[in-house]
Design a protein around this ligand. Structure first.
Ligand code: MEV
Length: 434
């Protein structure tokens, strides 16, 4: 056990780790070389026990036309091909009507769980009066939010009989304007929990009431954005490779139907959407775990996990739609305190939360479109391997000339670490002989 680790300075923390786990002192240099010269204090305050920073590439996918407005979308992601795939789809669709998006709803939910001797119908009867009293109890917290168009918009009481007949939930709906609202919702819930106990006990002092917990829900089926791509099938020529655009559209449709019905495929299909979504969520300082959890739960809302996209091919027109829950913010949280999150929002011209929902849906759609288009034509490895080759060449310090030769050599050959190593070794031997 390491005692009092959190109380140690950054340097002391590293020294303790090196000593305890018998690590080489070179680790200290690597950790220190990743510290930020001016902003380390800012980064330290985001988390605990910080000993360095963990870098991710920060890239831009340009040429997104979303509802006729142009965006260059910032993406923070370590996986090669994601930014390239998003950029490729963005460029293509910019010439074919762009991404059509709209926000369907923005309501989020908080849950208060409690045990009581009260019966469900009696609680339901009291609910209108309870709602007024509970709202009043958080007036100081909601006042500001109300001015921005948010606040508490509804309450439903349920009996959680699967847990216990005495177990209930009060499901409270919130509008949180441009903030994700996690702190706001949780603060309101905790205050309302205490007030709920007081009110119910005052109504009947013989009935016991106890709050079990209060927390927002990351399941947000009423905070939804939709993104649609549509063009005449003939326009898909740029993507159809060796197939005709009609064959391509048909193969694409089958891939989507497969993702709707085959769970193993649906998860991978949706993961491809989340490649684009998470990268922008992260770059804008939002909570990607919340978005991930909400998206996958939504994908299973029918009781069976399925694709988040729908396809229609009618009258030679290809129409592809993504429907995605997305609880995020453009104020509060990390959005204005993380220097790059703030910058990302500035690059997007400081969007409102609903506008950011639409931008992120378009990024998810772009990645999914590119992935499926590649999968049903040349396969995914062709594009991936190009990036893989460039990563391997980088690890061998390949010169520009070696890179060019390797790219030509591997056009029709399988890329692997050992094959690239062998290629470079023989190139370098040849050069020595010259
Ligand atoms: C890889 O990160 C994403 C894909 O697997 C998505 C998909 O299969 O649709 C290529």
């Amino acid at each position: 056990m390491i005692q009092g680790f959190s109380k140690l300075s950054q340097e002391e923390k590293i020294d303790v780790l090196l000593k305890k786990f018998n690590l080489p002192s070179s680790i200290k240099e690597v950790l220190n070389s990743h510290l930020h010269k001016e902003l380390q204090e800012v980064y330290n305050q985001f988390s605990e026990n910080t000993i360095s920073n963990f870098y991710l590439p920060y890239g831009i996918a340009p040429n997104f036309i979303i509802n006729e407005k142009e965006y260059a979308i910032p993406m923070a992601i370590e996986e090669s091909s994601v930014v390239a795939a998003a950029s490729k789809a963005a460029k293509f669709w910019s010439k074919h009507g762009g991404f059509r998006t709209h926000v369907i709803s923005t309501t989020k939910v908080g849950q208060l769980f409690f045990t009581t001797d009260w019966k469900l119908n009696a609680l339901q009867e009291c609910l209108p009066a309870l709602e007024i009293a509970l709202k009043e109890s958080v007036y100081d917290l909601t006042q500001n939010m109300s001015r921005r168009g948010g606040g508490i918009v509804g309450m439903v009481v349920n009996q959680e009989t699967d847990v216990d007949d005495r177990f209930f939930s009060l499901q409270i709906s919130f509008e949180t304007a441009d903030s994700m609202g996690a702190n706001f919702i949780n603060s309101c819930l905790e205050r309302m929990g205490a007030q709920l106990c007081t009110i119910l006990k005052a109504k009947d002092k013989n009935k016991q009431v106890e709050i079990t917990m209060a927390i927002l829900s990351n399941y947000t089926p009423d905070c939804i954005v939709e993104c649609t791509l549509s063009c005449p099938i003939d326009s898909l020529k740029a993507y159809s490779g060796d197939y005709s655009p009609q064959e391509f559209a048909h193969r694409f449709q089958q891939a989507v139907l497969l993702a709707q019905h085959n769970i193993s495929r649906a998860v991978t299909h949706n993961k491809g959407i989340m490649n684009g979504v998470d990268a922008v969520v992260l770059a804008t300082g939002n909570d990607y775990r919340a978005i991930e959890a909400g998206a996958h739960a939504y994908a299973a809302k029918s009781g069976k996990y399925s694709s988040l996209t729908q396809i229609k091919i009618e009258d030679e027109v290809f129409t592809y739609t993504l429907t995605l829950p997305m609880a995020l913010g453009t104020v509060g949280g990390l959005t204005k305190v993380h220097p790059l999150a703030k910058l990302s929002l500035a690059l997007l011209a400081n969007p409102s939360a609903p506008e950011l929902m639409q931008i992120i849906a378009a990024a998810g759609m772009a990645n999914n479109f590119s992935a499926l288009a590649a999968l049903v034509t040349s396969g995914i490895q062709k594009g991936h391997m190009k990036m893989h080759l460039s990563n391997i060449l980088f690890t061998f310090n390949a010169s520009d000339d070696e890179k060019e030769k390797a790219e030509n050599y591997f056009i029709s050959r399988t890329v692997s670490h050992s094959a690239v190593k062998q290629f470079l070794e023989s190139e370098r031997q040849e050069n020595q002989k010259k």
